[in-house]
Design a protein. Structure first.
Lengths: 92, 285
């Protein structure tokens, strides 16, 4: 299902995670999987705390990474969709 | 699947020993005087009279002999497991554990499994430290950890360190964060395949921890500094059992993040020769 720009993604409670020097490390004990996110993905992960909409996360990226708003929104939507498919993010 | 139902409080026999492993205090109940005598010598450097937080019972049951099934399950605060002819449980909430082996000669392996699991859990929670699946070596008063999953070379590096430095263990050591930076401490847990005559458990307190190396067998010596997040990943993949629950993983990650900020971590490609110490610049003159 396409991501609603006003939806608020948040990290799945099944996971433990830590952003280490700008890079997120995720641990999924139930599935015995660990993974690391790239810099932009890590920032989205940090911002996806259930209080911000997809649009608000994209706005923050626009300011921090010097990208145009449409590009930032596209990146956030794709990333959030992917992580929601993998059940790493859920909707608050 | 494992058995369900209530866990029985471990029966602590008259043959009890008390250990202190990096601040984790354990009372061991042993089923015979022979095993008591063996472990009294084996854990000699770690014996303590500090009141123990944990109670751990060891039992022998020959009916487990010949079993091959292996499983681990986590149910709330309780972990139950079967590893062939060994079975046990650890209750993190009640701080009790029990391990049963099929014959007395497997007692060291059985206790190693349970006690190191307890240290994996307790050290990050209560002692600002990690139990690292690695070999610890002290050279000229400074500590180094060589870590990796089984087969990556911990025992090899330990053998190569003979005469170069003091080997604290070829299997598991403690990395601690304190007011004076990161330090290395010993554990009594050596590899289960290590011949008993090569094991020299020694209580070494906190020595400065100078570097940690993630071991990789390679065609030549290579050293690559790791970014902090990659360093955490390498530590994670060497010992994922530390993060079997969300609560365990969260506290483990918190301490690991602080550790990699304090100590340089490298990926070390190595050959099984004593040139290793020249390559690392650690050889004694």
């Amino acid at each position: 299902m396409p991501t609603n720009p006003s939806a608020k993604p948040t990290r799945h409670p099944r996971l433990a995670s830590r952003v280490v020097d700008g890079e997120a490390v995720l641990v999924d004990p139930e599935r015995n999987v660990v993974r690391m996110l790239n810099t932009v993905g890590s920032r989205i992960w940090e911002l996806a705390d259930g209080t911000r909409t997809v649009d608000e996360i994209a706005d923050a990226l626009t300011e921090e990474f010097e990208v145009e708003a449409p590009e930032a929104r596209q990146s956030v939507v794709e990333f959030v969709d992917e992580l929601a498919d993998k059940e790493l993010l859920v909707w608050a | 699947m494992g058995e369900t139902g209530c866990l029985q409080t471990p029966v602590i026999s008259p043959n009890t020993l008390q250990l202190d492993v990096g601040g984790v205090t354990l009372q061991l109940g042993l089923p015979s005087e022979e095993l008591y005598t063996f472990f009294q010598a084996h854990y000699h450097s770690f014996l303590s009279d500090v009141p123990a937080r944990w109670k751990v019972a060891l039992a022998v049951d020959s009916s487990l002999s010949g079993q091959t099934v292996e499983w681990v399950e986590h149910d709330g605060a309780v972990t139950r497991y079967r590893l062939g002819s060994e079975e046990g449980w650890i209750d993190l909430a009640e701080q009790q554990a029990s391990v049963t082996i099929s014959r007395p000669t497997d007692a060291r392996m059985g206790l190693n499994h349970v006690l190191s699991f307890i240290c994996l859990q307790e050290l990050p929670r209560h002692h600002n430290a990690l139990y690292v699946h690695g070999a610890g070596v002290v050279i000229d008063g400074e500590g180094y950890i060589f870590f990796g999953a089984s087969g990556q070379g911990k025992s090899t590096v330990s053998r190569l360190a003979e005469g170069v430095g003091q080997v604290l263990s070829d299997e598991g050591v403690i990395a601690r964060l304190g007011s004076n930076g990161a330090t290395l401490a010993s554990s009594p847990f050596w590899g289960t395949g290590t011949p008993i005559e090569q094991i020299r458990p020694v209580q070494v307190g906190d020595v400065p921890l100078r570097a940690m190396y993630s071991l990789v067998h390679a065609p030549r010596f290579e050293l690559s500094p790791l970014r902090p997040a990659v360093a955490v990943m390498e530590l994670l993949t060497s010992e994922k059992i530390a993060t079997e629950r969300v609560a365990s993983a969260s506290v483990w990650l918190e301490v690991a993040q602080k550790l990699v900020a304090e100590v340089p971590l490298y990926r070390l490609g190595f050959l099984p020769t004593r040139e290793l110490w020249d390559f690392l610049g650690l050889k004694k003159d």
